[in-house]
Design a protein around this ligand. Structure first.
Ligand code: PHE
Length: 448
C-alpha cells in the first residue's frame, strides 16, 4: 500500500495514542465484571496464578502476532489473511473473528447498558436489587440500545478523532479511582479473609474447566483471538515497536484486572457474601462498598461512569473489527456499515437482554445447558471461539507466514527483535497451539 493510502485509511496520531486505544479495547467489563466473578467461581488464588501464566505465555505472543499481521497487511482481519496468503482458506479465520466480534458485542452491550443504568441508580440512592433491575425489560432494553448507539456515534468518527481522543483522558482517571476504592475495601473489618482467598492459591481446586476459564479470560481480557488487535495494529505506523506496545497493553490490562480483584474480594468477605455468586457479583458488591464511603452516591455514580466508558472503548473495538471489514473488503461507507452492524447487533442481543431470571424462563435457563442465554453466548464466543481463533493465529504466524517476512515486520521499530525471536517463535509454533488444543479437547470431551 502506498504511503498516502495508508494515511487516508487512518493512522494513530502517536505511539501513546495507540497504546491508550489498545489498552482501552483490552480494559473493560472483562477486567472489572468478568475477571472477579470468574476468579470467585474458580477458587480464587489458584485461578489468579493460572491467569497470569496464560497472559504471559499465551496472551503476549498472540498479541504480538496479531499486531504484526495487522500492521503488515494494513487491512481488516479478513483482508489481512488474504494479503499474506492470497486465495487460501486462512481468511476463514478472519470471517470467524468478525462473527465472534458481532456476537460478543451483542451481549457485552447488554451488560454495558446495566453499567450505565447503575450510574443513575447510584445517584438516586435507589436500592432495587440487581435481579429486579436487570429483569425489567423496560429498563434494560433501552439502556442496551442506547449503548449501541453511543458506540456507533464514536466509531463513525474514525480512528483518530473518535477512538483515540476518548481513551486518552479516561483510562488514567479510572485507575486513580480504583486505588481510592481499594484502600476503602482492604481496610474493612474482615478484609483479611478476602485477601487470603485471592492471594493464597489452593491448587487442589484446579480442574480442566478452571484452566479453560483462565485461558478464555486471558484472551477475552486482552481482546485476542478475533482480530481486534489485527485491526488496531493495521493503523500502527512502522516506527512503533510492536513487542513493546503489546507488553504495555498486557501490563495495564492485567494491572486493572488484579486491582479489580483487590477491590472486590476483601469487600465480599467483609460483608459475608459468597465469592461464587456468578455474573451479578460485581453489581451486587460495589454498591455496598459505596454505601460505606462518605459521598458514596457521587463516588458510585462516578465509578459507573468510568466503567461505562471503559466498556465503551471496548465495544468501539468490537464494532471497529466488523466495520473495518465492511469498509476495506466490501467498500461500504463507514457510516452505512456502522448502522447496519448496530441493527444486527441489537437483534442478536435481545435474547441476551431477555435472559435474566423472571423474564423469559427458557432463555434464563437454556434447555439442556442450564445456563442463561447470556451466559451461553459468553461461554461460546468469549471462551471457546476466542480460543479457537487464537490457535489458528498462532499456527498461522508460527508455521504459515514466512518467518523472514514476519521477522522483518517485527524488526521495524524494534531493531533488537532477533534477540527475542527464538522465544517468540517457540511459543507461537509449539507452546500456544499445543496447550490451547489440549484444553479445548478436554472441554469438548467433557461436554458443555
Ligand atoms: N477486552 C475487552 C474487555 O475486557 C472485551 C473484548 C473482547 C474487546 C474481545 C474486544 C475483543 O472488556
Amino acid at each position: 500500500m502506498l504511503e498516502k493510502d495508508v494515511e487516508a485509511r487512518g493512522l494513530w496520531s502517536s505511539k501513546f495514542g495507540f497504546i491508550l486505544a489498545a489498552a482501552g479495547s483490552a480494559i473493560g467489563l472483562g477486567n472489572i465484571w468478568r475477571f472477579p466473578y470468574t476468579t470467585g467461581q474458580n477458587g480464587g488464588g489458584a485461578f489468579l496464578v493460572l491467569y497470569l501464566i496464560c497472559i504471559i505465555l499465551l496472551g503476549l505472543p498472540i498479541m504480538i502476532a496479531e499486531l504484526a499481521i495487522g500492521r503488515h497487511s494494513r487491512r481488516d482481519p479478513v483482508g489481512a489473511f488474504e494479503v499474506i496468503r492470497p486465495g487460501s482458506p486462512w481468511k476463514l479465520i478472519g470471517y470467524m473473528g468478525v462473527t465472534t466480534g458481532i456476537c460478543i458485542l451483542s451481549y457485552y452491550s447488554v451488560l454495558a447498558g446495566y453499567t450505565v443504568g447503575y450510574i443513575g441508580k447510584s445517584l438516586a440512592g435507589n436500592s432495587t436489587s440487581y435481579e429486579a433491575f436487570t429483569s425489567n425489560p423496560l429498563v434494560s432494553i433501552p439502556l442496551f440500545l442506547a449503548f449501541i448507539v453511543i458506540t456507533v456515534l464514536v466509531v463513525q468518527g474514525g480512528v483518530k478523532n473518535g477512538i483515540e481522543r476518548w481513551a486518552r483522558i479516561l483510562m488514567p482517571t479510572l485507575m486513580v479511582l480504583l486505588v481510592i476504592l481499594i484502600i476503602r475495601s482492604i481496610t474493612l473489618k474482615g478484609a483479611g479473609e478476602g485477601l487470603a482467598f485471592y492471594f493464597k492459591p489452593d491448587f487442589s481446586k484446579v480442574t480442566g474447566s478452571t484452566v479453560l476459564a483462565a485461558l478464555g479470560q486471558a484472551f477475552f481480557s486482552l481482546s485476542l483471538g478475533m482480530g481486534a488487535m489485527i485491526t488496531y495494529g493495521s493503523y500502527l505506523s512502522k516506527d512503533d515497536n510492536l513487542v513493546a506496545s503489546g507488553c504495555y497493553v498486557a501490563f495495564f490490562d492485567t494491572l486493572i484486572a488484579v486491582m479489580a480483584g483487590l477491590l472486590i474480594f476483601p469487600a465480599i468477605f467483609a460483608m459475608n457474601m459468597s465469592p461464587d455468586e456468578g455474573p451479578g457479583l460485581v453489581f451486587k458488591v460495589l454498591p455496598r462498598i459505596f454505601g460505606l464511603i462518605p459521598g458514596g452516591r457521587i463516588v458510585g455514580a462516578f465509578f459507573f461512569i468510568l466503567l461505562s466508558i471503559a466498556a465503551l472503548t471496548s465495544t468501539i473495538s468490537l464494532l471497529e473489527v466488523v466495520t473495518s471489514y465492511l469498509v476495506d473488503e466490501k467498500h461500504w461507507l463507514r457510516r452505512k456499515a456502522v448502522w447496519i452492524v448496530a441493527a444486527v447487533t441489537f437483534l442478536l442481543g435481545l435474547p441476551a437482554a431477555l435472559s435474566q431470571e423472571g423474564m423469559v424462563p427458557w432463555l434464563a435457563k437454556l434447555p439442556g445447558l442450564g445456563t442463561s442465554f447470556l451466559g451461553f453466548m459468553d461461554w461460546l464466543f468469549g471462551n471457546i471461539m476466542l480460543g479457537i481463533g487464537a490457535v489458528f493465529i498462532a499456527i498461522f504466524t508460527g508455521w504459515v507466514w514466512k518467518k523472514e517476512i514476519s521477522s522483518k515486520e517485527l524488526r521495524e521499530g524494534f531493531p533488537g527483535f532477533d534477540r527475542i525471536a527464538p522465544v517468540l517463535f517457540f511459543l507461537l509454533r509449539f507452546f500456544c497451539p499445543v496447550v490451547i488444543l489440549i484444553v479445548l479437547f478436554f472441554i469438548f470431551k467433557a461436554g458443555v
